[in-house]
Write a protein of this length. Structure first.
Length: 299
């Protein structure tokens, strides 16, 4: 009888426990999925793009001139008749002596610009090395007037830079995978167009033009950021360019001055003066621009 009771109790306990066990067996263990990791960004590859900006150019011009004179003595005040050699009084010392003078000033060659660029980057760890070339069309222009009081000569210069191009190396570091800080430098090429006038104050002026393509140097730096899930990058950049000095010279038309009763009553002195003027302009430029690049190489 005791054995029967023990068997019955064990059977009842087994039946009571079986639903919980089945429930436990049917429950699914939680599944943990690994996060999807984006591949690390790499700056290596070719890219092309465009940019817009503004420039603060400077044309520092030195204006120098010198005069030479031919002094002739006549009888009359007027009408004039040639003096017989040895029959005219001596001229005052220093009359018609050559004089030299000059003036200096700065023209602001400011204007908007826009252009295209292309380049190639190679990344090693956190360092990025690259080459970039660009060409820009600009609205840069400026003008300047200069007065030389020594010869009473007025000169004007109008400077223009219709376009420029640069060819630069870039060295940068990536403080974060999609950010690039860089310095850049190399050569620059620009068209410099200048219009000049020079002549006596209140008199007829002579005008001429020079147009030259100048080779210079450029240095600067910038920051570039890659836009997530795309091949686009955006950058801000500053450049300083120096094209050295551009020179131009001319000879003004000769002016003639008649001095009556010089060197004595009844005589006249005629002074024919020719003045040579020289302009020498040092051209520099400061550029601030924003650019957008498209990477031709995918990740």
């Amino acid at each position: 009888m005791k054995k029967l009771l023990l068997v019955s109790a064990a059977l009842a306990a087994l039946i009571a426990a079986s639903p919980a066990t089945a429930a436990d067996l049917s429950a699914k263990a939680p599944v943990f999925k690994a996060p999807i990791m984006e591949p690390p960004y790499n700056w290596t590859g070719f890219y092309v793009g465009g940019n817009v900006g503004y420039s603060w150019g400077r044309g520092v011009t030195d204006f120098s001139d010198s005069s030479t004179s031919i002094v002739s003595e006549f009888r009359g005040v007027p009408p004039l008749t040639p003096c017989v050699p040895g029959g005219c009084p001596a001229l005052p010392a220093g009359l018609g002596a050559p004089t030299a003078g000059g003036a200096s000033g700065t023209a602001n060659m400011n204007g908007f610009l826009g252009g295209l660029q292309a380049g190639y980057n190679v990344q090693y760890n956190t360092f990025v090395f690259g080459l970039e070339a660009d060409i820009q069309a600009t609205g840069q222009r400026g003008s300047l007037s200069l007065l030389d009081p020594a010869n009473a000569l007025l000169g004007t210069v109008n400077d223009k830079m219709p376009w420029f191009a640069t060819f630069r190396g870039r060295i940068g570091v990536t403080p974060a995978p999609r950010w690039l800080l860089y310095v850049t430098g190399g050569g620059a090429l620009a068209e410099i167009d200048q219009d000049f006038t020079a002549g006596p104050v209140g008199g007829a002026a002579t005008s001429w033009n020079t147009n030259t393509t100048r080779l210079g140097w450029v240095i600067g730096g910038g920051v570039e950021a890659a836009i997530e899930r795309s091949n686009w990058t955006i950058k801000g950049e500053f450049l300083h360019m120096d094209f050295g000095s551009v020179g131009s010279a001319m000879a003004t038309s000769t002016t003639t001055t008649t001095l009556s009763n010089v060197p004595a009553i009844g005589f006249s002195t005629v002074i024919a003066t020719s003045t040579a003027a020289t302009f020498n302009t040092k051209v520099t430029d400061n550029i601030l621009r924003l650019g957008l690049n498209y990477r031709l190489t995918t990740q």
